[in-house]
Design a protein around this ligand. Structure first.
Ligand code: NAD
Ligand code: UD1
Length: 342
């Protein structure tokens, strides 16, 4: 059991909520920060049910440096997992200032608050989107970087910011480059609750399966892949959450900062995901092939060797399991989390 206290930014979001459960299982003391811009306060109640106890939650924006520094001190935080961020690629193209302000200025503010509160351990939610999409897979941490949209560039910039601060201070950090998180907690109590039309494949498929949407648009079937659809590395959110626990443990062996992929190492096509989802939901899912989506590379999957070596972690769960778990979440919460705002 751990007596360390860990703060999570973006604590009520999709990935962080699963990280909270994984850390609580390991006995960490936890505190959560979120401005609820893309998540619901209802998550706090669900988490308290899952961790069987209170969850210290602050509704706060990471750009509020003084309040964050004060909370870090008040809770005697040892390490921060920084998951807060905006993540919609299309939105970032339309409104780059909002993305740089939230993701880059937000991270700058958080790092300042950490310095002021003398917190020197950090795990950051980066993304495989920092890699140049033309790089061959498997992608290793030394593959050429080259994000092609503002969202990806905010992740790239924050990684460099963290590297620069770690090089000249006592900050020790791991930049985790997630591949494609999917699935939900097996309880069905927490999961991904996208606002509006989902951008990502799995939530879209599940909304078609539940009848909320008519059909899945398959963005191109003329790629140079075995079935013509794009290949990605879908990682179960439970595996991803466990990767954060492993990263926290590994911080003891980090001297400055390191980037580490969190992926399965297996590529799965859009049609493979569709078939796995049809199995899980036990019904056909209507589809239509449409034009390629701008910015999509044909193939992206991780080389997970560094994570195995540095974090002693590997992904265990399958896409089939992720579909089963995501479907349970979808069925139990057809309209997502209850609205507590009124
Ligand atoms: P999410 O939107 O569910 O969670 C992010 C949370 O951050 C939300 O609860 C939101 O309200 C909060 N937030 C945003 N800006 C904030 C701010 N300024 N102050 C306080 N809270 C703020 O997204 P997620 O899928 O859980 O992603 C978590 C992190 O992982 C993000 O940084 C994202 O960019 C990164 N990531 C996600 C994916 C993915 O496919 N889901 C892939 C790679 C990386
Ligand atoms: C997208 C983002 C990437 C982000 C990642 C994980 C783009 C260009 N990239 O990548 O920055 O890190 O999500 O959040 O948006 N697909 C369909 N129909 C759909 C939705 C998706 O066919 O309705 C296909 C896509 O073309 C892709 C695959 O499914 O081949 C996976 O899509 P998605 O879930 O959006 O993930 P990425 O494309 O990897």
């Amino acid at each position: 059991m751990h007596t360390q206290t860990v703060a999570l930014t973006g604590a009520t979001g999709y990935i962080a909520s699963h990280v909270v459960v994984a850390l609580a299982e390991q006995g960490y003391n936890l505190v959560g920060f979120d401005n609820l811009s893309n998540s619901s306060a209802a998550v706090v109640e669900r988490l308290e049910q899952l961790i069987d106890g209170p969850f210290a939650f602050h509704k706060v924006d990471i750009r509020d440096t003084a309040t964050i520094a004060e909370a870090l001190q008040q809770h005697q935080v040892d390490a921060v997992i920084h998951l807060a961020g905006l993540k919609a690629v299309g939105e970032s193209v339309d409104d780059p200032l909002r993305y740089y302000d939230n993701n880059v200025a937000g991270s700058l503010s958080l790092l300042t608050a950490m310095r002021d509160a003398c917190v020197n351990q950090l795990v950051f939610s980066s993304s495989a989107t920092v890699y140049d999409p033309d790089q061959p897979s498997p992608l290793t941490e030394t593959s050429q970087l080259g994000p092609i949209n503002p969202y990806g560039r905010t992740k790239y910039v924050v990684e460099r910011l963290i590297d620069d601060v770690a090089a000249t201070s006592d900050l020790r950090a791991i930049n985790l480059r997630y591949f494609n998180p999917v699935g939900a907690h097996p309880s069905g109590l927490i999961g991904e609750d996208p606002v509006g039309t989902p951008n990502n494949l799995m939530p879209f498929i599940m909304q078609v399966a539940s009848g909320q949407r008519d059909e899945l648009s398959i963005f191109g079937n003329d790629y140079d892949t075995p079935d013509g659809t794009c290949i990605r590395d879908y990682i179960h959110v439970t595996d991803l959450a466990n990767g954060h626990v492993a990263a926290l443990n590994a911080l003891a062996t980090v001297t400055t900062s390191e980037a580490i992929n969190l992926g399965t190492g297996t590529g799965t096509s859009v049609l493979d995901v569709l078939r796995a989802a049809e199995q899980a939901v036990d019904r056909p899912i209507p589809t239509r092939v449409v034009e390629r989506r701008a910015g999509d590379g044909a193939v992206s999957f991780a080389d997970p060797a560094l994570a195995a070596d540095r974090l002693n972690w590997q992904a265990d769960l399958t896409v089939a399991q992720a579909c089963v778990d995501h479907w349970r979440w979808q069925r139990q919460n057809p309209t997502g989390y209850p609205d507590l705002s009124g």
